[in-house]
Write a protein that binds this ligand. Structure first.
Ligand SMILES: C[S@@+](CC[C@H](N)C(=O)[O-])C[C@H]1O[C@@H](n2cnc3c(N)ncnc32)[C@H](O)[C@@H]1O
Length: 262
């Protein structure tokens, strides 16, 4: 999955392209590929492109759906806010273990939470880094972007290391939204023109190990986002299920999972 090349036709942006290629170990090419998938840094943003079958895929925190959700999104009334436990003065510190294109992270940071985004795919991580940089430059999103931190790593390893830390430095909430090999997710992704992203990233076959690591690292709860009728992650059973119209949140409440020692 690490062979997606990065191309840049803009002479003014070649240093930035080199920086992204080196940070995410992406092969740099000097000729625009004509087949397969490639990342292209244009004058505005970094995009995942392919030879005509699908539209460009990019992460976006400033314009479009992100702007609409920021301005009209329902704030703390959104189901995701309830799922992570935002209430009164409580703003949990969150690790988004499956950051993807950062949609959920951005909503949570917009609500005031500090969010560490973990992403293992170099392609998704590069798209995220580019969107974050644009959000840092825009006065409307600068403050939100300042609450978001990107880590390019496998969240299973990263969370296992956090589990050894002092409770004070561990996250309150670990948020998990894996790419499941089930039909609900595939059709939802297809509708959004996300086939290219899904093809490059692939399904996440190790969600059970990720859930186990998340439960060890979180001090408050683990929140798993699933399609309404999607199967739960194998292993531990959720303590609470919050049903929504198209999305469901499976909650693994740590206090319920780890009874207090007498
Ligand atoms: C369905 S997408 C997440 C979408 C995201 N919630 C959003 O709003 O854009 C799943 C992402 O999690 C990443 N992922 C899955 N397992 C991971 C792991 N163990 N460590 C880091 N990233 C992981 C995949 O590479 C993929 O980009």
């Amino acid at each position: 999955m690490n062979s997606t090349p990065l191309y840049c036709a803009e002479s003014a942006r070649r240093d930035r392209a080199d920086e992204l290629a080196s940070r995410f170990a992406l092969p740099r090419v000097n000729t625009r590929p004509t087949q397969g998938y490639w990342l292209e840094l244009g004058p505005q943003r970094l995009e995942l492109l392919t030879d005509g079958k699908h539209g460009a895929v990019y992460a976006e925190f400033v314009e479009g759906a992100a702007r609409h959700r920021r301005e009209q999104g329902g704030g703390r009334g959104q189901p995701v806010a309830k799922a992570v436990g935002i209430k009164g003065a409580i703003l949990p510190v969150i690790v988004d273990a499956t950051a993807g294109l950062g949609g959920d992270s951005f909503v949570l940071a917009s609500l005031g939470c500090q969010v560490t985004m973990i992403e293992r795919s170099p392609v998704a991580a590069a798209l995220l880094a580019d969107a974050l940089e644009r959000a840092e430059r825009d006065p409307d999103t600068r403050d939100i972007a300042a609450r978001m931190q990107l880590v390019h790593a496998n969240a299973i390893d990263w969370l296992q290391a956090r589990a050894l830390d002092d409770a004070a430095t561990r996250p309150d909430v670990v948020f998990v939204d894996p790419m499941f090999p089930d039909t609900d997710k595939k059709s939802a992704a297809a509708k959004k023109g996300m086939q290219a992203f899904q093809h490059v990233i692939g399904d996440d076959m190790d969600s059970a190990a990720l859930l186990a690591a998340a439960i060890e690292a979180a001090t408050g709860r683990v929140v798993v986002k699933r399609p309404q009728r999607g199967v739960a992650i194998a292993g531990v059973k959720p303590s609470v299920v919050l049903d929504g119209k198209s999305t469901r949140f499976d909650l693994y409440v740590i206090k319920a999972l780890r009874p207090q020692q007498a």
